[in-house]
Design a protein around this ligand. Structure first.
Ligand code: GDG
Length: 489
């Protein structure tokens, strides 16, 4: 079956029925801010939000998230709710307020200094702090209380997102046994040897096992999770059913590779507006005719392999100097989690590395790397993908990665090569990509050369293959398959 928005709509009605649908995530899908005295809203950068907003538009229901914008409090009603999308309301956003200590401990602290590096194993050690953990628990409870308040005595399905809320399901079930809860983790699950160092591991695992359904991007992460349980818990593992029973409660463990809205992105990429935006971007970046343009789009995060990407490019220009002046690499990097010292240091290191590599290879009329930090609208992101001859996605470890799938969805011209790290979840599906190991500088440089020299027919063949996969495995399939599993509970 080919999954579409309307197919998902039917599935939702059948499966969710008269239950209330609640999504819980740290990040909100719309942030209201003051700009020059006026209230505006922005769409935050991040994979989970990109993926879930189209689903909520179809499902209606309530999305519970932390209200982080300067004008967020101004637009909510007495229940802290606001209808979104602001220009054409489709569902409710219920905001939770966090004070500075809670934000520091729960978000910057335990979520991003402990769990994020623990699960990505990208050679940045996790640090576990008692105070951060205490705030992690406080905020998870805050989410639980808000959701219980929304649900009251109604039937409801709560769909929890990501690693910030791993205790939520247990807290909900302790107060309301009739709730149906499912959790999707957008990050990888590490192997048991890596996970066993976590001092709070048992509480986290018990929190996750309170769910009726637990989803990861790929089978490999499910297997790591089950192996972790084998080592740490007295749980019964049913290999046939892919389920785990702990304390008399069964949790189904499944893989659901997340994706993008292929049709919508592909259509948007074809519009006149995008053509204009492409022209503007070419002007802004002073792209000369005949230049081979490569792009990258990542949050500035040590898991995304940005340093390794710049080093790969450096090696490419060293090895193949004939390409100097003929190739331009545009990296859009969104600042992220800047209150955490590792992120600040990475940003500084990246700035100086880009400067060094540019200094080393540039000529009077040409700079090899443009490092763009300003926020880009979705239109600009699509136009950026479209002005590219190649897109380089080179994380050291990534749960899935949506940038590569978005790039593919925009390339209805069948032009454009995808260079993709073999350590992304997406690598398992996207056989038409050119794979790189970001740690292997020599081969990275060679892969860039191969991408530049790839004949048009071969590019088309690869892109056709890639587009067929993303078209089929789209975001509606991800949501539909997830919801269909609920029937088995
Ligand atoms: C996590 C997991 C998993 C980026 N810059 C701008 C912008 N973006 C958008 C992209 C894309 C999204 O942000 C990034 O998604 P990723 O999937 O690459 O990465 P994470 O944020 O790390 O997401 C990841 C994902 O969750 C979903 O499960 O795939 O593995 O780490 O959509 O387009 N969007 C706009 N301006 C920018 O400057 N408008």
């Amino acid at each position: 079956m080919h999954w579409t928005k309307s197919q998902l709509n039917k599935t939702i009605k059948k499966i969710i029925g008269n239950r209330l649908l609640i999504i819980a995530s740290n990040r909100e899908p719309y942030i209201h801010v003051y700009k020059e005295g006026k209230i505006e809203y922005i769409r935050p950068v991040g994979g989970a939000v990109t993926a879930l907003d189209p689903i909520m538009r179809v499902c209606k229901g309530t999305w519970v998230a932390y209200g982080s914008g300067s004008a967020d409090r101004e637009v909510v009603n007495k229940n802290n709710e606001v209808e979104v999308p602001p220009e054409a309301p489709k569902y409710k956003l219920r905001r939770i307020w966090l004070n500075k200590d809670e934000e520091n401990g729960y978000y910057y602290g335990y979520s991003n200094k402990a769990i994020w590096p623990l699960c990505h194993m990208a050679y940045t050690g996790p640090s576990f702090d008692e105070v951060d953990w205490a705030y992690y628990k406080i905020v998870n409870r805050k989410f639980a209380n808000t959701i219980l308040d929304i649900v009251k005595d109604k039937k409801a399905f709560v769909w929890i997102q990501d690693y910030h809320l791993m205790l939520l399901s247990k807290l909900l079930k302790e107060k309301n046994k009739n709730l149906l809860t499912a959790h999707f983790l957008h990050i990888p699950w590490p192997n048991p040897e890596a996970f066993r160092i976590c001092p709070q591991k048992i509480e986290i695992l018990e929190g996750l096992l309170a769910n009726d359904l637990l989803g990861f991007h790929i089978r490999y992460h499910c297997n790591n999770f089950v192996e972790t349980l084998r080592l740490e818990m007295e749980a019964r593992i049913d290999k046939e059913k892919n389920s785990v029973t702990y304390g008399g409660h069964e949790t189904l463990i499944r893989a659901f590779p997340i994706s993008v809205d292929f049709e919508e992105t592909s259509k948007a990429a074809d519009s006149k507006e995008i053509k204009n935006t492409m022209r503007k971007l070419r002007e802004e970046f002073a792209v000369k005719d005949g230049t081979f343009v490569m792009v990258g789009l990542d949050r500035i995060d040590y898991t995304k392999g940005l340093i390794e990407k710049i080093q790969g490019l450096d090696r490419f220009f060293e090895k193949f100097p004939q390409y100097k002046g003929r190739v331009l690499f545009i990296q859009k990097g969104g600042l992220s989690r800047m209150h955490i010292p590792e992120y600040k240091a990475l940003n500084e290191r990246l700035n100086s590395l880009v400067e060094e590599v540019n200094w080393k290879h540039s000529t009077e009329k040409w700079l090899p790397i443009l490092f763009i930090k300003r926020h880009m609208s979705r239109k600009e992101v699509i136009a950026l993908y479209k002005i590219a001859d190649a897109c380089i996605v080179s994380p050291l470890h990534d749960g899935m990665n949506l940038v590569c799938k978005e790039f593919i969805a925009t390339r209805n011209d069948l032009d454009g090569v995808l260079l993709l790290s073999q350590f992304t979840g997406a690598a398992r599906e996207l056989g038409g990509a050119m794979f790189v190991n970001p740690y292997d500088r020599e081969n990275f440089a060679k892969a860039i050369k191969k991408a530049i020299e790839l004949p048009r027919e071969k590019k088309e063949k690869r892109m056709k293959r890639l587009r067929a996969v993303v078209k089929e495995n789209n975001i509606y399939k991800w949501a539909g398959k997830f919801l269909e599993e609920l029937k088995k509970i």
